[in-house]
Design a protein around this ligand. Sequence first.
Ligand SMILES: [Zn+2]
Length: 57
Amino acid sequence: MEKCEHKFVYLDTKRLRENAGYNDHFKRIDTFFCEKCLEYIDKVQEGYARGKPDWYL
Ligand SMILES: [Zn+2]
């Protein structure tokens, strides 16, 4: 089987926010898929902050 030269296309973004005491826990998951082989990848960013971080918007 030939190795796929992935061509990832943006699919979806999920945002999760939950209370975690003084700070809130933010998590953002950007999902992409390869339009050739349909492999999915998630790009996850997360961290604790009092207000929404730039990457969460
Ligand atoms: Zn691929």
